[in-house]
Write a protein that binds this ligand. Sequence first.
Ligand code: COA
Length: 309
Amino acid sequence: MIGRICGTGSYVPDHFLDNNDLSQMVETSDEWIRERTGVVRRHIVQEDTVVSMAVKASRRALEGSGIAPEDLDLIIVSTFTSEVLLPSTACEVQKELGAGNATCFDLNAACTGFLFAWNTAQAYLAQGMYRNALIIGAERLSRYVDWKDRSTCILFGDGAGAAVLKAEKGSTLPMFTHSDGAKGEALTCFTRPDTYIQMEGQAVFRFAVKKVPEAVEELLKKADMTMEDIDYLVLHQANRRIVEAVAKRLKTDISRFPMNLQEYGNTSSASIPILLDEMNREGKLKRGQKIILAGFGAGLSWGASLVEW
Ligand code: COA
């Protein structure tokens, strides 16, 4: 069995801070941020919570999916930014959706989290343990950003993305994740004394531009495919220069790497499903197309999964 996407949804708060707003808060400029990151705006929670964003994205994903909330038997939420530690975000989403038959849990693999959720759901569906899964990436990074630190506050935003997967006959497509805890210090968010994201920017940059192309090549090898067989590479949306460097290393035209980071910044585990949903709603995705999802982030962690639309 294989889990096929039958619905996508996303939600970002209306309120945003653009680069000029940030230049009033820290010593930076629109030009510096655009040039080094590609980010122009990031949407920031005012009234919403991680749960409310996850629920709004999920409702949109369920609409038209042919799956009712009570048909869901698995809900996985990837997040590390929930306002409450217990109950889990997934259980709160279950309650709001009325998905009483689902088993629910959260996972934290930082910005690679949606890939971990995808792979976990696929493994359950492949085993025949569940039939209909809802997987969500939902993050409120603005809560854990030090708004006085110009090297990090320019990067991140809030939002949620979701996908509904339905088990169909078929063989699982290649997917994997990797972790390197020994390098975890490069990107941290300790709970005390200051709960802020801290990062060695250049180390994370180098890690991403090395590991993502390696992951894509590993995936292609496993799938016995070449880049010519791939329609799109949906990368975690952290930095335009990272996406461009990955495209260059893979000798692949940048047009096959859709991007929306200019509008949302880095929304961690929400970035891949938000982008997938936008592509879906814009009619870019056609049945049978092959898409590589690739992510990287704290842990350190990274991975890639092949999706057939
Ligand atoms: N505005 C203006 N200047 C800034 C700045 C800002 N927002 N942030 C940092 N600077 C300054 C630094 O203080 C430094 O000044 P100095 O030379 O006087 O010391 C200078 O710019 C260069 O800093 P550096 O950190 O070398 O810049 P960079 O080119 O590496 O860009 C990042 C910084 C964070 C944009 C870049 O390293 C990056 O994107 N890394 C990956 C981060 C990421 O994606 N993390 C999440 C992964 S999931």
